[in-house]
Design a binder for this molecule. Structure first.
Ligand code: PLP
Length: 376
């Protein structure tokens, strides 16, 4: 179970209540209208959010669904991935990227990640393509995009579609192109801790392809184009009106919030840069990327000791993620033991996330910087 880690009130790793204060009165009055009308499923608030979110993300179509995981699952199905097909994805991510593939009984085929971007290493993708490969799923980890030019070139050459796991990267862009709208389909998460977090679970499929968007609309609503008429086997993955209204209110602030994250990241980098000589690895924004710093992840050799020292200094940290995906025991049937993922495995031992959210105060930022300097 993911936790939101809001325990330490003095300097929290993440505190969503601060952001909520900014939007509370608008949320309350909007919720009252929806609840008075009891217009909870579908309707204007859903279509309005989908329209503004598509525009905001820079994609032609947006289809809201119940979670980021469902966006991946239904996105994979919408591009035609079936049981037994292979999907290439990175060996280092939140489990859900691979989990979506296994959930539809397709086979995850892992590639290692790039040591600077933490996103999949495109050079390795080519070697893993077989006649069974039916999709490539890069993950735009921590808030920046994978090398999408190289990936889309490969996709064009091979005809294999690309589904972007954009759960962590709404608002990021690659060479001016918005994350999620570069490949054939993008999957976004509105889990409350995300840069655009809902008041609960939520997700969205974005695409520039009309057919994929139609497929997704059907898949999320029982496969039903018309009442009690079924075009395919579907599910119920509708995002309700309250969530869409909430997200639409927050969407108006997202640009500012993402900019503040990047500004905080800039302060960390500027004030910790000299510690690189002591083995600290700071995040690198790859050329052409706009990074939205969903997480600010550093790497240190003696990670667990540094984490403990920071905790003593009142600086909470977290680990995203403590294990490379192929090393998870529940995935053993898919793992070829001879295969190695050295970068993913090293990252699992060394990554450490510092607090980053738009409402951090300057005093807190200074405490975090001073803490890291002391701990190292
Ligand atoms: C990279 C990645 N993929 C998929 C997901 C799944 O999203 P959700 O939690 O909304 O189902 C997440 C959420 O943490 C994620 O970070």
């Amino acid at each position: 179970m993911k936790t939101m880690n809001t325990q330490n009130p003095s300097l929290p790793f993440f505190d969503i209540t601060r952001q909520y204060k900014e939007i509370k009165s608008e949320v309350m009055s909007t919720f009252e209208k929806i609840l008075d009308a009891q217009a909870c499923i579908g309707g204007a608030y859903v279509t309005e959010f989908e329209k503004s979110a598509a525009q905001w993300v820079g994609a032609k179509h947006a289809v809201t669904v119940a979670s980021g995981m469902d966006a991946l699952i239904l996105g994979l199905k919408a591009i035609g991935v079936k049981a037994g097909d292979e999907v290439i994805t990175p060996a280092f991510s939140f489990f859900g990227s691979t989990g979506a593939i296994t959930w539809i009984n397709a086979k995850p085929v892992w590639v290692d990640i790039h040591k600077d971007s933490y996103c999949l290493n495109v050079d390795q993708v080519k070697k893993k393509i077989t006649s069974k490969t039916k999709a490539i799923m890069p993950v735009h980890l921590y808030g920046q995009c994978a090398d999408m030019d190289a990936l889309m070139k490969l996709s064009k050459e091979t005809g294999i579609p690309v589904i972007e796991d954009t759960a962590q990267s709404i608002g990021a862009s690659y060479k001016g192109k918005p994350a999620g709208g570069i490949g054939h389909v993008g999957a976004i998460s509105f889990y409350p801790t995300k840069n655009l977090g809902g008041a609960g679970d939520g997700g969205m499929i974005v695409t520039n392809d009309e057919l994929i968007s139609q497929q997704a609309m059907l898949l999320k609503n029982h496969g039903m184009p018309k009442r009690y008429t079924y075009a395919m086997l579907g599910s119920n993955s509708r995002l309700d009106a309250l969530q869409c209204a909430y997200l639409n209110i927050k969407l108006k602030h997202l640009k500012k919030w993402n900019e503040r994250r990047a500004e905080i990241a800039g302060q960390y980098i500027k004030n910790l840069k000299d510690l690189e000589s002591k083995g600290l690895v700071l995040p690198v924004t790859m050329e052409g990327n706009k990074h939205v710093f969903h997480q600010f992840v550093i790497r240190v050799k003696d990670r667990d000791q540094v984490k403990a020292r920071l905790a003593e200094l009142g600086v909470p940290t977290d680990i995203y993620y403590p294990q490379a995906i192929p090393d998870e025991s529940v995935l053993k049937e898919f793992r070829n033991p001879a295969e190695k993922f050295p970068v993913a495995e090293e990252c699992a031992q060394t990554v450490l996330a510092l607090p980053i959210f738009p409402e951090l105060t300057q005093k807190e930022i200074d405490t975090i910087i001073a803490g890291v300097r002391k701990a190292l």
